[in-house]
Design a protein around this ligand. Structure first.
Ligand code: ZN
Length: 239
């Protein structure tokens, strides 16, 4: 194999190790982000429940004040009943009292409905609060674990980066730049073999004349389709 390509393939092995470590960190951090999201969602839902309960409390207190007013109005009407002169006045007061009682009954029922709904919400909220407490602990544990893991991986990465720098020093700048560009664009695979005349990066057939040049291995050649750097790799076409 062409010496420069050989150096690049070795560099690629190192880069793949680095990419693997980066992926490990990314996975751990994605896990953590998922947990954080679930935790935040639960906190939001607790806040929403709390808001509902508070609003229901205000509504209940308003209704209770209205009930008290209604009751004193009825009492007032009832005492007036003693002093009425005409049947018409009597009937009118009676109707007002009846209407008042009806309104009281409706409001009382409404208060019961509100209290029942609030009790149900309070029960759900208590469950959510207990869960959020557990999740908070799990989240803190996970965070610590991920941080520890990440710093361990970073340590491993630093060592490999030193190795990479030493390796890269032996490679011409122009080749290195080309390689780095391809590595970024081609998902970490910049140098690939040609097996049975097929590029192992994009799996397109290499034209015969181009393939013959690759076989010679005297210079860096790229795949006409994906531009990856190619080297000849024995397949079952080997004699
Ligand atoms: Zn290709």
């Amino acid at each position: 194999m062409n010496e420069e390509i050989k150096q690049l393939t070795e560099l690629q092995v190192i880069d793949q190790e680095i990419a693997k470590l980066d992926a490990e960190i990314t996975i751990e951090q994605a896990d953590l982000a998922k947990m954080e999201e679930a935790f935040n969602e639960r906190q939001t839902s607790i806040q929403e429940l709390k808001g509902k309960i508070d609003a229901a409390d205000t509504q209940r207190r308003d209704l209770e004040a209205e009930l008290a007013d209604e009751m004193s109005r009825i009492k007032e009407r009832q005492s007036k009943m003693m002093q009425v002169q005409t049947n018409r006045e009597y009937q009118s007061l009676l109707k007002e009292i009846e209407d008042g009682k009806k309104s009281i009954k409706e409001k009382e029922e409404e208060v019961v409905r509100i209290m029942e709904a609030s009790e149900a919400n309070a029960k759900i909220m208590a469950e959510q609060e207990s869960l959020v407490k557990d999740e908070q602990k799990e989240l803190a544990d996970k965070k610590a674990k991920v941080e520890k893991q990440a710093s361990k991986i970073e340590g491993q990465k630093e060592k490999i980066i030193v190795k990479r720098e030493a390796k890269a020093k032996n490679i011409k700048d122009s080749a290195l730049r080309k390689y780095d560009m391809l590595r970024t664009r081609r998902n970490g695979k910049a140098v690939v073999g040609v097996v049975n005349g097929v590029c192992q990066g994009c799996f397109m057939s290499i034209p015969p004349q181009h393939f013959n040049n690759i076989l010679k291995g005297d210079r860096i050649l790229n795949c006409p389709a994906c531009q990856r750097i190619l080297f000849y790799q024995a397949g079952n076409d080997q004699e």
